[in-house]
Design a protein around this ligand. Structure first.
Ligand SMILES: *Cc1c(COP(=O)(O)O)cnc(C)c1O
Length: 387
C-alpha cells in the first residue's frame, strides 16, 4: 500500500494474529498433545488446559476452597489487574481483597502485601504485567507465613526464562492465557501449571467444550484478516475483547476445544520469534522515551506484550490511538464499581494502583510495528507530554 494511505492505518494495541499455517493446523492431525509440548517447553510437571485462564482459575479456587477446613474465604490480588481475575474469585463465592502496587515498577508493595495477608487468606495471586517478571521472593515469603497458596497469574508472561526459573511455576500454581493480545495469541484457551499438588491437579479438568470444530478456526482467520493496518478500525468497533475490560462472572467453564489445542501446538514454536521482536521494540522505546515516564530500571522483560509508560496526560490524541497506544484496565480493583460488591469491606487502600489506573498507557510491540513506526510512536509520546 502506498505511503499516501499510511496515515489512515490503524494498528492493534497488542498481537492479534497468528500465522496462516498455525490457523490451518486446526484441521490437521496432532502429533503431540499441547499440554505435553507446553510442559516440556516450560519444564513443569503438570499442565491442565481449559477454554480460558479464568475458567481454570475459577476451578482451582473452588477446589482450594473445598479442601481447606478453616474459614479461609479471601483471595488477595493486586490492586490493579485484569478484571477476569476478580470475576473468577466472585464466581467461586470467595471475597476479593487487595494489595497495592508500586507505580514505578508495577511490582507488589511489600508492606501493603504483608498487612493485607491474614489467616483468612486462601490464596495470594501474583502477576507479571506486560511480561515484566515480578520478583517472587516477597510473595513466596508472605504466602508461606500466612499458610496461603501462591498462584502465579502468568497470563502476560510466557517465554523462556533464564535457567532455573519457569513461567507459571514459581508459586504453587500458575495460570496462562492464549487469548488475543496475550503472549501466544491463539484466540482463546488457557493453562494451569504446577510442579506439585497432584491430588488437586487431578480434580481440575473441565467438561469438554461443545464449540464446533470450525468456530475457533474461523474466528482466528477473521481476526487475522481484520488486523491488517488498513482494516483494524473495523474490529476496533466490534466486541473482540481487545479494547475493553469488563467484569463478568458469567463466563463459561469449559475445556479447550480440539481445534484450539491443535493451533496452540503449532503456534508454540512461533512464541520465541514474537518475544524477540517485542523485546527489541521495548528496548527501542526505552532509548527514546524519557526516564521519568518509564518503569524503573530493574525490569526483566520476557514477553513484552505491550510497553508500559506512565504519562501525565488525560486523553490520547487520535494519532496515538491509531498507532495502537491505549490505556489498559480503566480503574483499579477497589475503585471499579462493578467489583465493589465482591470486595472485602475495609479492604486496604491502594494509592499506587489508583495512580497506575490514572496514568498508565501502553505502546504496541507486536509484529506489525517496525522500527520506523516505533520511532514515530515515541516521538508522538514525547510531543504529547511536552504540551
Ligand atoms: C487475560 C488475563 C487473564 C485471564 O485470561 P483469560 O484466558 O482471558 O481468561 C488473567 N490475568 C491477566 C493478568 C490477564 O491479562
Amino acid at each position: 500500500m502506498s505511503e499516501l494511505f499510511k496515515k489512515y492505518y490503524w494498528y492493534p494495541p497488542a498481537e492479534t494474529q497468528i500465522p496462516w499455517a498455525v490457523i490451518f493446523s486446526g484441521f490437521s492431525e496432532q502429533s503431540e498433545s499441547f499440554s505435553t509440548a507446553l510442559c516440556r517447553y516450560l519444564n513443569v510437571k503438570h499442565c491442565v488446559l481449559g477454554q480460558s485462564g479464568r475458567a481454570l482459575l475459577f476451578r482451582l479456587l473452588e477446589t482450594l476452597k473445598s479442601n481447606k477446613t478453616e474459614q479461609r474465604n479471601e483471595v488477595l490480588i493486586p490492586g490493579y489487574t485484569c478484571y477476569s481475575v476478580a470475576a473468577a474469585i466472585a464466581k467461586a463465592g470467595l471475597t476479593i481483597t487487595v494489595y497495592d502496587l508500586d507505580p514505578k515498577t508495577l511490582y507488589p508493595d511489600l508492606d501493603s502485601l504483608e498487612s493485607a495477608a491474614t489467616d483468612k487468606t486462601l490464596a495470594i495471586i501474583a502477576q507479571h504485567l506486560f511480561g515484566r517478571r515480578t520478583p517472587m521472593d516477597g510473595l513466596q515469603r508472605v504466602a508461606k507465613a500466612n499458610g496461603a497458596y501462591l498462584i502465579e497469574d502468568s497470563a502476560q508472561l510466557l517465554g523462556r526464562l533464564p535457567q532455573g526459573q519457569n513461567t507459571g511455576a514459581m508459586g504453587d500454581f500458575g495460570i496462562l492465557s492464549f487469548g488475543r493480545g496475550k503472549p501466544l495469541p491463539i484466540g482463546e484457551g488457557g493453562a494451569l501449571l504446577s510442579n506439585d499438588h497432584p491430588s488437586i491437579i487431578s480434580t481440575l479438568p473441565l467438561p469438554n467444550s461443545a464449540t464446533g470444530y470450525i468456530q475457533p478456526l474461523v474466528s482466528s482467520a477473521v481476526v487475522k484478516m481484520m488486523s491488517k493496518p488498513f482494516c483494524y478500525w473495523l474490529p476496533e468497533m466490534l466486541p473482540l475483547g481487545l479494547g475493553e475490560t469488563i467484569f463478568e462472572p458469567g463466563f463459561p467453564i469449559k475445556n479447550i476445544s480440539e481445534t484450539t489445542e491443535r493451533m496452540a501446538s503449532k503456534g508454540l514454536p512461533v512464541l520465541d520469534t514474537l518475544n524477540a521482536h517485542r523485546l527489541r521494540l521495548a528496548n527501542l522505546y526505552s532509548n527514546r522515551i524519557d526516564k521519568q515516564y518509564r518503569m524503573s530500571a530493574t525490569e526483566v522483560l520476557t514477553s513484552a506484550i505491550r510497553y508500559p509508560v506512565m504519562l501525565p496526560i488525560k486523553t490520547l490524541t487520535k494519532s496515538l490511538k491509531r498507532l495502537g497506544v491505549r490505556r489498559m484496565y480503566p480503574n483499579s480493583i477497589p475503585t471499579e464499581k462493578s467489583i465493589r460488591p465482591y470486595l472485602k469491606i475495609g479492604a486496604h487502600a491502594t494509592p499506587g494502583a489508583d495512580e497506575i489506573a490514572d496514568k498508565l498507557y501502553t505502546l504496541p510491540t507486536h509484529m506489525a510495528i517496525d522500527d520506523t513506526l516505533s520511532d514515530e510512536i515515541a516521538t508522538e509520546i514525547n510531543n504529547a507530554v511536552a504540551l
